[in-house]
Design a protein around this ligand. Sequence first.
Ligand code: ATP
Length: 310
Amino acid sequence: MTTDNAIDLRGLRKVYRPAGGGEAKTALHGLDLTIPKGSIFGLLGPNGAGKSTTINILAGLVNKTAGQVSIWGFDQDVNPRQSRASIGVVPQELNIDPFLSPGAALEVQAGLYAVPKSERRTMEILAAVGLADKAEAYARTLSGGMRRRLLIAKALVHRPPVLILDEPTAGVDIELRQMLWSYVRELNAAGTTIILTTHYLEEAEEMCDRIGIIAEGRLVASDEKSTLLAQMDAKTLVITPEGEAALPDAPEGIKVDRREDGALAFTYARSKVSAEAVLDLARENGIRIKDVATEEAHLEDVFVQLTTRS
Ligand SMILES: Nc1ncnc2c1ncn2[C@@H]1O[C@H](COP(=O)(O)OP(=O)(O)OP(=O)(O)O)[C@@H](O)[C@H]1O
């Protein structure tokens, strides 16, 4: 089957039903999501939005309640083996087997994916993640950063065309982060589609070419980064005027509202309008500035905005 999408999710639903018969929890409400081949896709969302659920369904660790999951053109229900073989997942937790050296861990993983001995490339992968000299090391001697790299190596043994990294830089120092990202970029340049979840907007901004936002189990946005960031860079400059001030006619690109306390709120796109232009507008309209404050848009605000709009 050929398709331009690495991932295709249609009407994906997940309802968690506690074993004891407690209240059922709907984590995904019919999610539709496509991720084009070759992209570095950032899956963002507030806590509890459903990111882990989505990734765990892709990884085959959680069973969906309803919907279609297609990975690299393979329907998870029709071709479970091929769809699983098309994806590698780097989990959030730094769990590694304490009794296996990195080399042995990769061999075991290759065995799990039925990679024939002649096609294994344990040393090549270890070298790629900077662990060549640790191939025979005791697992317990590996630092946190080395463990993270070992987990990436494990996710790559079966050469999956899609690699998912779940919160890869949580608790990771800057140096490792840089190394991780440059390696992820290399993989992507060599053709691997990358999907990552992160809580850090700056990280998504730096790394991803496309971004999907999930809120409360629904996709509220999925677009090219540049398109989304244009919405995300709304900034508000709040001017408290000296005495009474009329609401000025705002030029295109600036929106003016009067707050309850009499302050004037100028909302604009930071990438297009300068704060200077906003202050000029106030002065031109004879507004004498008693106090001024700025309010940045947070990803959280964008979620709210997008959720209420949809
Ligand atoms: N095993 C489970 N049983 C019951 N409810 C669950 C289970 N796993 C997740 N949930 C619930 O499903 C919803 C989505 O959770 P999920 O972990 O997918 O969100 P998330 O976006 O990954 O959040 P975070 O950023 O905190 O990891 C949450 O309300 C969560 O409490």
